[in-house]
Design a protein around this ligand. Structure first.
Ligand SMILES: [Zn+2]
Ligand SMILES: [Zn+2]
Length: 140
């Protein structure tokens, strides 16, 4: 919780209960949560919190770069804390999002063909290794 408070302080954002709870939730679940999931978790602790509040809080924290929205399916955004830049792997079967480390020369240099890079987003789509494990003798 201290770390989360420091993070908000560093961006000069008031550590409200809502913000703290949402960030705590993202940090404990290691990110990749949809607004719905976060809302479900937080509602248990703060029944008065609306889904709109969760959504608005996430949007404003994304603007200042505390959280990062990940949009892969186009249907929904998932959020994670802004940490080291990485790619994602999206499983088309179980809809799981997995962190993938990236080594990107362009990103390290901070520019590409003379264009300045601020953020890096990339993802792979496929079937995760859990889903690849043959079940009940079914061959893939
Ligand atoms: Zn999977
Ligand atoms: Zn991630």
């Amino acid at each position: 919780m201290e770390q989360i408070k420091k993070l908000l302080d560093s961006k000069q954002i008031r550590p409200t209960v809502q913000r703290m709870k949402i960030l705590k939730c993202l940090s404990e679940k290691k990110g990749h949560l949809t607004v719905d999931t976060i809302y479900e978790i937080i509602r248990k602790e703060i029944p008065t919190m609306s889904k709109t509040t969760v959504y608005n809080t996430l949007s404003s924290m994304a603007e200042v770069g505390i959280v990062v929205p990940i949009v892969i399916t186009g249907k929904e955004a998932r959020y994670e804390l802004n940490t080291v830049q990485h790619h994602h792997f999206f499983c088309e079967r179980c809809a799981k999002v997995i962190d993938i480390e990236v080594q990107c020369d362009h990103f390290c240099k901070g520019e590409i063909n003379g264009h300045k890079i601020n953020e890096l987003h990339g993802y792979f789509k496929g079937v995760c290794k859990n889903c690849l494990t043959p079940e009940k003798g079914r061959k893939l």
